[in-house]
Write a protein that binds this ligand. Structure first.
Ligand code: HEM
Length: 314
């Protein structure tokens, strides 16, 4: 079964991931955007003497890039998230809610660091940058092998995000299996990874031989790759195969979101819906031309002097 779990399942997962990802992107990219709908969270650019909000209501591509970068790197809109609570009275009270932002930042950044560190299994020789990140991440030198700070943050943030959905009645009501599944899956991947590192060690040289073989398209199963590694890699394969069909696609979807990637320049440029069909209009001139004899007969004023036929008709 080593070949199934070490080669066939990972390859199948990667193929589904790439094909599914490209399919979704192509589908989104082909979706028409007939309306200009950027989210406006500040003063729009208008007259020169009115101060506009370049980031919260960007009117240029540079502003859009700035807003997008702050959103992607620091989850700026989530930072402004507020919580609503019904207190006795009943009174609806709004308050600051920063824990979700903190957990989301902790989760995404630590996941990125874990993934960058994992590149050591796919590169030979290992790039200096990965060694540097690894050293910084293990800075506290707690335990042996060193406990990575990113692992601790990842597990803590995942636990918070999971418990938050269960503890709050409103969120529990809103949450679906599709919300719990990625948290549980990534949590299981992280737990099996940490078990491999700290409890039941695997032969890292064999693991590297396997991964280098996989990326060189010359797969082979070396001796000494423990069962825990196969569990880890199978869970990772499930994650990759599900990725394009799950909410995890927000990773790429954010770039294609018209509310975020459009500049709010609608006072500077006229945006015409490309779907607008040609409206058949009846101008006043045409109206007058048609009804002039009747209008003149009824004594109504007309704008154009009458033509010869009309004169004779009247
Ligand atoms: C979404 C993808 C993945 C996640 C979230 C993940 C997560 C983790 C975590 C949190 C650890 C604990 C120790 C550390 O952080 O280095 C770990 C260890 C490990 N992971 Fe992964 N992993 C992923 C993919 C992979 C893949 C594709 C491989 C294949 C080579 C792999 C192989 C390993 C191995 C061998 C260890 C033990 C490292 C050690 O003993 O130092 N992981 N993983």
């Amino acid at each position: 079964m080593s070949y199934v779990f070490g080669v066939i399942i990972p390859y199948a997962a990667i193929i589904i991931f790439i094909a599914g990802f490209l399919y979704k992107i192509a589908q989104w990219a082909a979706a028409p955007v007939p309306f200009h709908i950027p989210t406006a969270c500040g003063q729009q650019r208008s007259l020169r003497w009115i101060l506009s909000s370049r980031l919260d209501n960007p009117h240029s591509t540079l502003g859009v890039i700035g807003r997008m970068a702050l959103e992607i790197l620091f989850f700026r809109s989530l930072f402004r998230n507020t919580g609503a609570e019904l207190k006795p009275g009943p009174v609806l009270v709004y308050g600051s809610a920063k824990w979700l932002w903190l957990a989301a930042m902790g989760f995404h950044w630590s996941l990125l660091v874990v993934l960058i560190r994992h590149l050591r299994f796919f590169t030979e020789p290992q790039p200096e940058l990965i060694t540097l990140i690894q050293n910084l991440d293990g800075f506290f030198q707690v335990a042996l092998p060193v406990l990575f700070l990113s692992d601790v943050i990842l597990i803590t943030a995942l636990a918070f995000l999971f418990i938050r959905r269960l503890a709050d009645a409103k969120l529990r009501y809103l949450s679906l299996a599709a919300d719990y599944f990625p948290l549980l899956l990534i949590g299981s991947i992280a737990v099996t990874g940490m078990l491999m590192r700290h409890i039941s060690k695997v032969d890292l040289r064999s693991v590297k031989e396997l991964t280098l073989g996989l990326i060189a398209l010359q797969p082979s199963i070396p001796q000494g790759v423990g069962i825990l590694f196969y569990i880890h890699i199978s869970l990772v394969s499930v994650l990759f195969a599900c990725f394009p069909f799950s909410k995890l696609m927000h990773m790429s979807g954010i770039f294609l979101s018209p509310t975020r990637n459009l500049a709010n320049n609608s006072r500077m440029r006229r945006h015409v819906n490309p779907w607008n069909y040609d409206v058949k209009v009846h101008t006043y001139e045409e109206y007058e031309e048609e009804f002039k004899p009747v209008m003149t007969a009824a004594g109504l004023p007309v704008e154009k002097a009458g033509s010869a036929d009309e004169e004779s008709a009247s």
